[in-house]
Design a protein around this ligand. Structure first.
Ligand code: SF4
Length: 214
C-alpha cells in the first residue's frame, strides 16, 4: 500500500476508534479566547492553559481590554505557563493588532493569523480548524509530530513544517482536520510519548515502529 492510501486508511480506522475525539483540548468561549489560548499553549500543556484562562479572560475579556493591560499583571497570571514575559508581550500586542487592523475580529486566513506575534502555523491551523471549520493546513502539535513519524508517514522528526507539508501531499484536503484531531487522540490515549501501547494499538499491523516486547 502506498503512503497516500495508508494515511487515508489510518484516518478511517481512527475515526471508528475515537468517535468522541475532540477538536481541541483548550477551553474557549469565542475566537479571541481561542487565539490567545493557542498562543499561550506553545511549550505548555493544554491543561495548564485551561487552569489560567478563566482568570485571564475574566480580567481581560476583549481585545480592547487585553491590549491595554499591564504587562506585569498579565505576566503574573500566566507565569505557570513558562516564558511568561514573552507570552505577555505576545498576547497584548496581538490584542492591539486585532483592534487596530481587524476591528477586534479574529481573521480567517493563514496569512493574517501568522502575522500576529507568537503565532505559528500551528496556532493558525488550530484557530482555522477549531473555530472556523476551515483547513489551510494540518495542525502539527507534539502528538501529531510523534505519531506521524512513528507511523512512517514522515521522516522529518521534530520538523513540524516539513511534516505538515508532507501530510498535505499525502491526504486530501477534506481529511486534514480529521487527521490532526484523530492522531492527536491516538497520541494521547495509545501512542504515548514514553510508552506506546503497541500491543493494543489498532494500527499495529500498519505501523513500522510497532514493538511488542516488554
Ligand atoms: S503500533 Fe505502537 S508506535 Fe505504532 S502507532 Fe501504535 S502505539 Fe504507536
Amino acid at each position: 500500500m502506498n503512503k497516500n492510501n495508508t494515511a487515508t486508511k489510518i484516518v478511517k480506522i481512527l475515526d471508528k476508534t475515537y468517535p468522541d475525539a475532540p477538536k481541541t483540548y483548550l477551553n474557549f468561549q469565542n475566537p479571541f479566547e481561542m487565539l490567545i489560548a493557542t498562543i499561550l499553549s506553545a511549550r505548555a500543556t493544554d491543561a495548564g492553559v485551561n487552569k489560567i484562562s478563566p482568570i485571564l479572560f475574566k480580567k481581560y475579556p476583549t481585545p480592547e481590554k487585553m491590549s491595554k493591560a499591564n504587562l506585569e499583571e498579565i505576566g503574573q497570571i500566566i507565569r505557570p505557563l513558562g516564558a511568561f514575559n514573552k507570552k505577555a508581550g505576545y498576547i497584548t500586542e496581538t490584542s492591539r493588532q486585532l483592534v487596530d487592523r481587524f476591528g477586534s475580529s479574529v481573521p480567517k486566513t493563514m496569512e493574517e493569523l501568522i502575522s500576529f506575534p507568537g503565532a505559528s502555523r500551528k496556532t493558525a491551523n488550530v484557530v482555522l480548524s477549531v473555530v472556523f471549520g476551515l483547513s489551510e493546513g494540518v495542525v502539527v502539535d507534539t502528538h501529531v509530530m510523534r505519531v506521524t513519524v512513528r507511523l512512517g508517514l514522515s521522516e522529518h522528526d521534530k520538523k513540524p513544517q516539513k511534516i505538515e507539508k508532507g501530510l498535505m501531499e499525502l491526504l486530501p484536503n477534506e481529511l486534514w482536520n480529521d487527521y490532526a484531531r484523530l492522531i492527536g487522540a491516538h497520541g494521547r490515549r495509545t501512542c504515548k510519548s514514553r510508552k506506546p501501547n503497541c500491543i493494543e494499538c489498532i494500527l499495529n499491523k500498519l505501523c513500522p515502529s510497532a514493538v511488542f516486547d516488554e
